[in-house]
Design a binder for this molecule. Structure first.
Ligand SMILES: Cc1cc2nc3c(=O)[nH]c(=O)nc-3n(C[C@H](O)[C@H](O)[C@H](O)COP(=O)(O)OP(=O)(O)OC[C@H]3O[C@@H](n4cnc5c(N)ncnc54)[C@H](O)[C@@H]3O)c2cc1C
Length: 490
C-alpha cells in the first residue's frame, strides 16, 4: 500500500511529487508514456507568464501570479535554463491602445508588478526587428522563458533522489475508492497495465485524460476537451534577433500567435488553438502552419522560411468551466485534483504543487524529513554561447581531462558529447528512448534534427541499457527506430 499515488508525470505531477518528497511517505508516480514529460509539458511556449491575462478571481490568475516568481526560484535551485526576458503585447493601431490599458488594469487587479505601457519608439529601441507600424505595447517586466522539459525532468530527478518511485509505461485503466471503515483503512485500488496498486491517497494530474479518470471516482462529472496548439521552430542563429517574448493582443481563442526566443536561443512561432476530437493527435497541419506565418509576419515583417527547422504541437486540457480545478475532491476523501491545467499551467506548477502537498500533508499528518537531499548536479553544457565564458571553458577542459568521452562530440548541431549521453541514461529517472536523450541533452533538437547523430545515440543507448538496437524506440510503444538488420551477401 502506497501512501500516495500521482497519476501523470507532466510538470504538474512531477512538481507535486517533488514537494511531497519533502515528507516521510511512500509515493509512486504513474505514467502511461515511456518517459516523464511526454504529454503537454513537453510541447508548449515555455513562457513564464506575468499574469495579466487571466480573469481576476480565477484559479488561473491566482496560481499564475504566485507561480511566476517561484518558477525563477525553482529554476535556479534545479539549474534549469530560465531567463527573465520580459514580455511585450504589441498593439498595431492607436485604436487598440485602450485594450493594452485594459490588460494592464486586469494585471494590476491580479497583483502583477511591473506592468506599463511603452511607446512605439521604446518598442523599437528594445526590439528593432518588430514591425515599425507598431503603435505601442504592454511591457511585462516579470515575463520570462524557461525550458519546460528541463523543469519537468529536473523536478522528477529531485523527487527520485528523495525516494519517489516512477513507474513508466504504466497506464491507469480504472480506479475505485473503498471508503469502508475508519479513515485509516479507507483506500484506493488502482488497476494499471502493470497490475493492481493500492494507495491511501490519489492525485489526478493526468492532463487531457484527467476527466475520464476523475469520472470513475466522483459524482461531480467533468469534461475536458483537447485544444491543439501548433508551432514552427526556427534555427538558433535566428533566436538572438529578439530579446523579449512578443505577443499580439489576445483573441477570443486565447493569447494568440507569439514570436519568442527560447532559452536554447531558437525561436518559436505559434501556437494556434483548435478543438480536436482525438486527445492523442499531436500532428501539425499545413493549413495551421500557414495561419501561423500569416499572423506572425505582422509582428516580424522580416520573417523568412529558410531558418525553419521543425514544427510541433501540444494539447491544452480545456475544462468546460474554463478554469483550473485544484485540491480536495469534496465527495471523495483522499482524492485530489490538479485538473484542467491549460495555460498558464507551466508557470502555475510550483504554486499548485505547494498548495496540494500542504493539503495532503495536513490531511494525513505527514511529517517532514530531516534528510531531504539536494538535487543532483546538472550535466555539463557545451552550448556555444556559454563557451565565451573563460570559467565555463576551463571547467569543461577539466571534465574532458578527467573523461575523454566528454570531448567526443556526437550531436554537432547542439554540441552534445558521448559522455553527456551516457550520463543522461544513468541519471535518476534516466533516458531510455531517443526522445529521452533529446530532452535531457538536446541531441536531436538542432538544425539537422537528428539526421547525423541518431545512429550513434542508439548505439550508445544499446550499450548502456545492454539491449539490442532493435528494442530501442523513439518514444516507447511501437516507435522502433531500427526494425531489423540487412543481410550482407559477399
Ligand atoms: C500550445 C500550448 C502552449 C502553452 N504554453 C504555455 C506557456 O507558455 N506557459 C505556461 O505557463 N503554460 C503553457 N501551457 C500550459 C502548460 O503546458 C500545461 O498547463 C502543463 O504542461 C500541463 O501539465 P500537466 O502535467 O497537467 O499535463 P501533461 O504534461 O499532459 O501530463 C499529464 C500526464 O498524464 C499521463 N496520463 C494521462 N492519462 C494517464 C493514465 N490513464 N495512466 C497513466 N498516465 C496517464 C500522460 O501520459 C501525461 O504524461 C501551454 C499549453 C499548450 C498546449
Amino acid at each position: 500500500m502506497f501512501d500516495v499515488v500521482i497519476i501523470g508525470a507532466g510538470v504538474i505531477g512531477c512538481a507535486i511529487a517533488r514537494e511531497l518528497s519533502r515528507y516521510q511517505l511512500s509515493l509512486v508516480v504513474l505514467d502511461q508514456a515511456s518517459d516523464v514529460c511526454e504529454g503537454t509539458s513537453k510541447a508548449n511556449s515555455g513562457i513564464v507568464h506575468a499574469g495579466y491575462d487571466a480573469i481576476p478571481g480565477t484559479n488561473k490568475a491566482h496560481y499564475n501570479v504566485r507561480g511566476n516568481p517561484l518558477v525563477y526560484q525553482w529554476a535556479q535551485e534545479l539549474a534549469v535554463p530560465c531567463k527573465n526576458n520580459t514580455s511585450l503585447v504589441l498593439a498595431f493601431s492607436e485604436s487598440d491602445l485602450p485594450r493594452i490599458d485594459a490588460l494592464i488594469a486586469r494585471g494590476q487587479q491580479n497583483g502583477v508588478r511591473g506592468l506599463s505601457r511603452i511607446s512605439r519608439e521604446e518598442v523599437q529601441r528594445r526590439e528593432p526587428q518588430v514591425n515599425p507600424a507598431v503603435a505601442g505595447a504592454l511591457l511585462a517586466e516579470t515575463g520570462g522563458i524557461v525550458s519546460p522539459y528541463g523543469l519537468t525532468i529536473a523536478l522528477a530527478e529531485h523527487a527520485a533522489v528523495n525516494g519517489v518511485e516512477f513507474r513508466l509505461e504504466c497506464q491507469v485503466l480504472s480506479l475505485s475508492h473503498h471508503p469502508a471503515g475508519s479513515p485509516e483503512t479507507s483506500h484506493f485500488s488502482i488497476r494499471t497495465s502493470q497490475g493492481l496498486i493500492q494507495a491511501r491517497a490519489v492525485v489526478n494530474a493526468a492532463g487531457v485524460f484527467a476527466d475520464s479518470l476523475h469520472n470513475l471516482l466522483s459524482e461531480d462529472k467533468l469534461t475536458i476537451t483537447a485544444r491543439r496548439g501548433e508551432y514552427y521552430m526556427l534555427d538558433k542563429r535566428i533566436g538572438a534577433q529578439f530579446n523579449a517574448t512578443l505577443f499580439q493582443l489576445p483573441t477570443e481563442k486565447g493569447k494568440g500567435i507569439l514570436v519568442t526566443p527560447t532559452v536554447e536561443q531558437t525561436l518559436i512561432l505559434g501556437p494556434t488553438s483548435d478543438t480536436i476530437p482525438d486527445k492523442t493527435d499531436t500532428r501539425t497541419t499545413a493549413a495551421k502552419l500557414e495561419e501561423i506565418l500569416a499572423t506572425a509576419v505582422l509582428t516580424w515583417p522580416g520573417l523568412r522560411k529558410d531558418s525553419f527547422i521543425t514544427s510541433f504541437a501540444g494539447l491544452r486540457a480545456h475544462l468546460a468551466e474554463g478554469d483550473f480545478r485544484i485540491g480536495r475532491a469534496p465527495d471523495v476523501p483522499g482524492y485530489y485534483l490538479a485538473v484542467g491545467i491549460e495555460s498558464p499551467g507551466l508557470t502555475a506548477a510550483p504554486a499548485i504543487a505547494i498548495d496540494l502537498a500542504e493539503q495532503i500533508a495536513a490531511d494525513f499528518d505527514l511529517v517532514l524529513k530531516q534528510d531531504f537531499l539536494v538535487p543532483p548536479p546538472p550535466l555539463p553544457d557545451f552550448s556555444l554561447h556559454l563557451l565565451a565564458d573563460p570559467d565555463h571553458l576551463a571547467q569543461l577542459a577539466a571534465e574532458i581531462a578527467r573523461d575523454p568521452a566528454m570531448g567526443r562530440m556526437v550531436c554537432r548541431c547542439e554540441h552534445v558529447t558521448e559522455a553527456q549521453i551516457r550520463a543522461a541514461i544513468h541519471r535518476p529517472v534516466g533516458a531510455r528512448t531517443l526522445d529521452g536523450i533529446k530532452r535531457r541533452t538536446r541531441a536531436n533538437m538542432g538544425r539537422c534534427q537528428g539526421g547525423f547523430c541518431t545512429p550513434r545515440i542508439i548505439e550508445i543507448l544499446a550499450e548502456e541499457l545492454a539491449c539490442d538496437i532493435t528494442e530501442l524506440t523513439k518514444a516507447g510503444g511501437q516507435s522502433q527506430i531500427v526494425t531489423g538488420q540487412l543481410e550482407v551477401k559477399a
